[in-house]
Design a protein. Structure first.
Length: 284
């Protein structure tokens, strides 16, 4: 299964990192748009369904951070030396933490409650003044949330461009992030609708936002690590650390906020199992 899919993908798109990054970015952005557009037909998803879906997304990201980024970064690209990849993990988490100083925490924009432990959250944020302003801030915050996902896909394909045997792992990572983008896109659309933005308009806005951020970052990640190959384990760790930060700081607290902890946890376990299966099936 894995060799056939990898060979087909390679025959279609070759090994140019710029092309591979562009294709990967387009796939995950398209699935984000699909998730955001689900609100056109599934007009009133329950909070329990959303929490379950987001738990599933968290499980996919959790497994992908280790199987497709951290472990290959250490074993394949650092000769077993964990330091470069772990330094990247720390830098990725620190970047997302400090980014709260410039963009409001997504939890605050979803709930209206401030996080006293988050960087820069003592400042007054005008979410309650204008609903549309709150939506704009929310889109910016989720854009920041999606940056490590696009980067991760690009880094994965950059690794595959340098070592074709890694193409299966890059495909697994692309599919995993694309799958988790579907419930994430739906959840963002629902939050925006609750803030008063039109369904159709926001589905388009969400799709454009995903494309603007994830596609160029995927291309940048693929090309950068190919041109400066020693950066690869650091970049893989950075993408993984940023993803792990988002899971722990954003997604899991949000899915546990409404009394659906058990079903959200089962969703997380399901997502982890799916990603592990994808990784084993597609990894070269």
């Amino acid at each position: 299964m894995q060799s056939g899919l990898a060979e087909t993908f390679s025959s279609l798109f070759g090994t140019d990192p710029l092309v591979l990054g562009l294709v990967g970015g387009l796939v995950i952005a398209t699935l984000n748009l699909f998730g955001a557009s689900l609100v056109l037909v599934w007009r009133d998803p329950t909070q329990e369904a959303l929490d379950t879906a987001l738990g599933f997304a968290a499980g996919v990201m959790l497994a992908a951070a280790f199987t497709s980024l951290i472990i290959p970064g250490i074993e394949e690209y650092s000769g077993g030396n964990p330091i470069p990849t772990l330094v990247g993990v720390g830098l990725g988490a620190l970047f997302l933490d400090q980014a709260d100083r410039f963009l409001p925490h997504a939890h605050y924009l979803l709930t209206g409650s401030k996080r006293t432990d988050a960087a820069g959250q003592s400042e007054t944020l005008p979410v309650h003044d204008e609903r549309l302003a709150g939506v704009v801030l929310f889109i910016l915050a989720i854009t920041l949330h999606n940056m490590p996902e696009g980067l991760a896909v690009g880094v994965g394909f950059g690794a595959a461009a340098s070592d074709p045997s890694q193409l299966g792992g890059a495909l697994a990572l692309m599919l995993a992030i694309g799958i988790q983008n579907i419930p994430e896109g739906l959840a963002v659309s629902v939050a925006a609708i609750n803030a008063g933005l039109d369904r159709r308009l926001y589905a388009v806005v969400a799709g454009i936002r995903a494309g603007v951020v994830e596609i160029p970052l995927a291309v940048l990640g693929a090309v950068a690590v190919t041109l400066v190959e020693p950066l690869l384990p650091y970049a893989m760790g950075f993408a993984a650390g940023a993803m792990l930060f988002v899971i722990s700081d954003e997604i899991i607290p949000e899915t546990h906020r409404n009394g659906h902890e058990r079903i959200a946890t089962l969703g997380l376990m399901g997502g982890t199992i799916v990603m592990l299966y994808l990784d084993i099936s597609l990894a070269a």
